[in-house]
Design a protein around this ligand. Structure first.
Ligand code: UDP
Ligand code: MG
Length: 314
């Protein structure tokens, strides 16, 4: 009988220090899992260091190593999508290169799928102890917020690290949206998913590629992609303010006509005008963010552009 194959996708951006350690570890794991074949797909996401050279060297000595080098940095989401399209395995795993997702977990994930016939086994690290206090606090707030405003459930501390059956991968590939928030997409496609909790470890080498600003943008991406509640809130606030204005007008009219008591003072008026102006701009901003996403989607720009792959080396 033909052996099943697991494709391991590894998005890499300036990972020259972590890659050799990762490769050594994953090949050790692969050696232990004799019942399956492996392919390792490294995505060089426009790295500025020696990442591509290291990957090419790995490919020279181990033909299970395949790679896609993107024409520039497209972000982890673009890299993951490229890998998913490229993978040929019956199962596909996505893993970070920095060993924060321990490759050894793949053994357990594969076992779970085989024993219980799950479609997908995913990992979450709700405590994310290795991250800074600020990052942890914002992440916790974000998960609470998204649970309230989105109908797509998000598991707190979900990692991108998961092992999926081919049908799950095909479902994800079929979603070709440009503004990708994969954690949401994984959840959106459904399927029978088993969650395993683990304690995330520290990066083996190098620095995190996600600054607070990048994370903030990523969090905003998640909200804009999976919730339209901000638009509804702005409409509701608008209606409430209209009602308040209407009631105030009636009060003023009554005061003037019945009690002949003219309303005095321009400062209150100025405050109201400024408040209303600010609020309108704020809600225009929210609307604008959705429209800008729409604009980018309509352009149908590619999610990634390939510069070279291992096939170009032949
Ligand atoms: N990564 C990528 N492109 C980017 C940023 C990150 O391919 O623009 C990769 C990175 O090389 C790593 C993974 O995505 O393998 C996770 O990145 P990182 O460890 O920096 O993120 P964190 O663990 O801090 O969330
Ligand atoms: Mg990391």
């Amino acid at each position: 009988m033909k052996k099943e194959k697991i494709s391991v996708i590894v998005p890499c951006y300036n990972e020259e220090e972590s890659l050799p350690i990762f490769y050594e570890e994953i090949t050790k794991i692969a050696k232990g899992m004799k019942e399956v074949d492996f392919e390792f797909i490294f995505i060089n996401d426009g790295s500025k260091d020696n990442t591509l050279k290291i990957i090419k060297d790995l490919h020279k000595k181990d033909k299970r190593v395949r790679f896609i080098s993107l024409s520039r940095n497209f972000g982890k989401e673009g890299g993951m999508y490229a890998g998913l399209e490229y993978a040929t395995g019956d199962y596909v795993a996505i893993m970070d290169a920095d060993m924060q997702d321990p490759p050894s977990m793949i053994v357990k994930m594969y076992q779970e799928i085989k024993e219980h016939d799950y479609d997908c086994v995913a990992l979450c690290s709700p405590n994310h102890k290795d991250y800074t206090f600020l990052r942890r606090t914002f992440t916790n707030i974000w998960y609470k917020l998204i649970a309230k405003i989105s109908s797509t459930p998000q598991v707190p501390g979900a990692r991108d690290f998961r092992l999926m059956k081919r049908k799950v991968v095909d479902a994800i590939i079929s979603m070709k949206e440009y503004n990708r928030y994969s954690k949401g997409l994984f959840s959106f496609v459904g399927f029978n998913t088993k969650w395993i909790e683990y304690e995330i470890s520290a990066r083996v080498a190098g620095k995190s590629k996600f600054s607070l600003i990048k994370l903030f943008k990523y969090a905003l991406e998640g909200i804009l992609a999976f919730s339209t509640t901000p638009l509804v809130i702005s409409a509701i606030v608008g209606i409430i303010l209209c009602l308040i204005a209407f009631i105030t007008i009636i009060v003023i009219i009554i005061k003037t006509l019945v009690f002949t008591d003219p309303v005095s003072g321009w400062p209150s008026l100025a405050c109201i005008v400024i408040f209303m102006g600010g609020l309108q701009l704020f809600f225009f901003g929210i609307m604008g963010m959705y429209i800008s996403k729409l604009y980018l989607e309509v352009k149908k720009r590619p999610i990634y552009i390939v510069s070279e792959t291992e096939q170009d080396l032949k």
